[in-house]
Design a protein. Structure first.
Length: 271
């Protein structure tokens, strides 16, 4: 299934694609867990996908666990030694933004905002101390992510909290694609374009730690709950790895595309 979350008459509603152009809407009482457990066809009307205001395809977000330095090609461009274990940090649930959202920041606060195309994993069932071979059974689905980063804040601090957690800096969407439609999360083309200019182009096969290993590693340290998200790292091509660095500016449009998962659009506004 491809599940979208939209603003419908002022309230969030889940919808499932009906063909290419329409969303069949679920009753507003249906939560994501209900839909995943009983994936019956929606029966509460339809809306044109092109006219829908998209929200991030998540609800009741718990933890947002992020993996840094997880692509070999990204290590090469930044001259970084690949880590021996996953490097984890966190984003706040309050900073989530959806596809088409305007993300704003003050130029007085940061002058080095970067883009990071990422595969995002949505956890569907509780997971603790999992071996890698069992990890993917706990995945609800996948989506595109943009781990927006204020590099001057990130690299200027001892920790990454400020640079990774400005409002809107966790862009997710456009939809949640259920795990049955992604048989191999390690063979997906992933790219990022800024104002239609290709900036990142890679494949999830370049991950140092694959999705199953990441879930297993996280679950060995803390319990993963339904609604938790894992951002699995970004490939080469980010502004930080380029000279000169093409930092994001007012009016820039960033599009993250992952094979089979759609396009996630972020509109930048700096003031």
């Amino acid at each position: 299934m491809r599940l979208y979350r939209i603003n419908y008459d002022g309230s969030p509603r889940w919808g499932q694609t009906v063909g290419d152009e329409l969303l069949g809407l679920y009753d507003p009482s249906r939560r994501l867990a209900d839909i995943l457990a009983d994936p019956s066809r929606p029966d509460d009307g339809e809306v044109a996908l092109s006219e829908a205001q998209l929200l991030a395809p998540v609800e009741h977000v718990g933890k947002i666990v992020c993996v840094g330095v997880n692509y070999l090609d990204h290590c090469r461009e930044t001259d970084t030694t690949p880590p021996a274990e996953p490097l984890l940090f966190a984003k706040f649930p309050s900073i989530v933004s959806g596809s088409g959202a305007v993300v704003s920041w003050s130029q007085a606060l940061t002058a080095q905002v970067d883009f990071e195309a990422e595969l995002v994993v949505s956890i569907g069932t509780q997971a603790r101390d999992l071996p890698p071979k069992a990890a993917l059974h706990h995945v609800a689905g996948y989506m595109c992510g943009n781990d927006l980063s204020a590099r001057d804040l990130q690299l200027g601090d001892g920790q990454w909290i400020r640079g990774k957690n400005l409002d809107g800096f966790c862009a997710l969407g456009p939809c949640l694609v259920t795990e049955d439609e992604v048989p191999d999360p390690q063979s997906l083309a992933i790219e990022c374009r800024v104002n239609n200019k290709p900036m990142q182009s890679s494949n999830t096969s370049e991950m140092i730690f694959d999705v199953a290993e990441i879930i297993s590693y996280c679950s060995s340290h803390f319990t993963l709950e339904p609604g938790d998200l894992i951002m699995t790292g970004t490939p080469h091509g980010v502004a930080l790895g380029r000279t000169p660095s093409p930092w994001l500016a007012d009016g820039d449009v960033v599009v993250v595309t992952i094979e089979g998962l759609g396009d996630l659009t972020t509109i930048c506004q700096s003031f």
